[in-house]
Design a protein around this ligand. Structure first.
Ligand SMILES: Nc1ncnc2c1ncn2[C@@H]1O[C@H](COP(=O)(O)OP(=O)(O)OP(=O)(O)O)[C@@H](O)[C@H]1O
Length: 307
């Protein structure tokens, strides 16, 4: 995708959560991440629980402030934008959550919930009338028009996720964060929801940031995959499932589970994977920088090379 314009870029991103009494407990959730998502691209973030995927996604969407680093939307620095300055950008960046019920007020009919973004963003005068827009959105996401009058509890999980997608599409976004959008759904409907997302993306040239634990799914749907471990993207590129180069990626491709690293200390001195790495050497006591290696970006002193 070289030559394609950037939709969203993050440079030097870091997030330290402070919690507990007097905020004394620190969690280094995202550490020194550079990421760029291009127009029309599907980028998947994979990694085990707690590796920082959701935090990174929400930073890019400006739902969480980064502790360090900058965020650029269409090459404009949006890191410090607040309140009204953010409104036009919020319209263009949407989220499809893991729990579709989070997107809906249980006391509102779907019609009201799906159209709410228009009212918030003052677009009630949409050409053709709001009703037509609603019907188009329902049709686009494969929902029966009669569902507009239903309440969220009157839909199945898969239908509700379709409705959440309709709501996310309402303002014609160019970037959507899909945070494990199928993990709470029955296996039988997961594939249909993924297919729907991909077909909508192709038709409307939306960029998707897809968060998942599932490397096989990521490899199947994404143009590029970023593998996260301990707050870092440790490998990024395409074809990682077939030829993982970082020892951590190799390990998750084999289906291994890993102990959760100690996230109360920053990993800026040694390699973030050093304690669990089978290939570690003396050099791994220093943090590797991110380097280009056979078309991948990789944070490792000893990546496995296939050529
Ligand atoms: N609001 C918060 N306050 C304190 N710590 C947090 C907060 N949100 C997340 N964390 C911690 O930050 C780390 C990264 O969390 P995050 O949810 O980004 O990971 P994840 O890879 O998305 O995990 P999962 O796959 O389980 O959703 C975890 O250790 C988590 O406990």
């Amino acid at each position: 995708m070289s030559g394609v314009s950037s939709i969203i870029t993050g440079t030097g991103l870091g997030k330290i959560y402070q919690s507990g009494f007097f905020s004394h407990q620190k969690t280094f959730a995202v550490q020194d991440v550079d990421i760029e998502i291009k127009a029309g691209e599907t980028y998947a973030l994979v990694g085990e629980s707690g590796s920082g995927k959701t935090t990174l996604g929400k930073i890019l969407l400006k739902l969480i402030s980064p502790t360090t680093g900058r965020i650029f939307y269409h090459n404009e620095d949006i890191t410090d934008l607040q309140g009204p300055e953010l409104i036009p950008i919020r319209r263009k960046m949407q989220i499809i959550p893991q729990h579709p019920e989070d997107a809906f007020n249980p006391r509102w009919r779907l019609s009201r919930s799906i159209m709410e973004p228009f009212l918030i963003h003052g677009q009630a005068q949409e050409k053709g009338g709001l009703k037509n827009v609603l019907l188009e959105l329902l049709a686009e996401t494969g929902l029966n028009p009669d569902y507009a009058e239903r309440y969220p509890h009157q839909l199945s999980g898969g239908e509700l996720q379709r409705a959440a997608i309709a709501r996310a599409l309402a303002l014609k976004p160019d970037f959507i964060l899909c945070d494990e959008p199928t993990s709470m759904l029955d296996v039988s409907v997961q594939a249909a929801i993924i297919q729907l997302l991909l077909s909508l993306q192709k038709r409307s040239t939306i960029s998707l940031l897809f968060i998942t634990h599932d490397l096989k799914l990521a490899d199947h749907i994404a143009d590029r995959v970023g593998v996260m471990y301990n707050g870092h993207i440790i490998e990024e590129g395409s074809g990682i499932l077939k030829s993982p180069m970082h020892p951590y990626s190799q390990s998750i491709v084999r289906g291994h589970k890993h102990q959760r690293p100690d996230q109360s200390i920053p990993s800026h001195e040694s390699c973030p994977f050093v304690l669990q790495c089978p290939n570690k050497t003396e050099k791994c006591q220093t943090i590797p920088s991110v380097t280009d290696c056979s078309g991948r970006k990789i944070r490792c002193h000893h990546p496995f090379k296939y050529d």
